[in-house]
Ligand binder design. Structure first.
Ligand code: FES
Length: 108
């Protein structure tokens, strides 16, 4: 089975800081790239509740809090942890190659 993703260069690995999500825009995708305990994860940047950029929110450990109504999401899985959001965030595969962080975006 072939790969179902287009790998998009999102950041240099050495510029990613714990607790500081990086906004990545790629085509129709707007993604928050977050480093947690040394591993980078990619989740949708737009909150599933209303319209807010999670990159403007606060990262605490492995969760990110929406800046608008403070819903919390688990960064590695995208799962909602606290309301008012009820829908999980989409997650995207991440790999590091030659010092570059790549995010796998679904092929259209
Ligand atoms: S927009 Fe994120 S919790 Fe309301």
């Amino acid at each position: 089975m072939g790969e179902d993703f287009d790998w998009h260069r999102a950041a240099r690995a050495d510029e990613m800081e714990e607790g500081e999500p990086k906004l990545v825009a790629a085509g129709k995708f707007q993604i928050a790239l977050c480093k947690v305990a040394g591993t980078c994860y990619a989740i949708d940047d737009i909150c599933t509740h209303e319209y807010a950029s999670l990159c403007d929110g606060v990262v605490e450990g492995d969760s990110i809090e929406c800046p608008l109504h403070q819903a919390k999401f688990h960064i590695p899985t995208g799962k909602v942890m606290t309301p008012p959001a009820t829908e999980d965030l989409k997650t995207y595969p991440v790999k590091v190659e030659n010092g570059e962080v790549l995010v796998g975006l679904p092929k259209e």
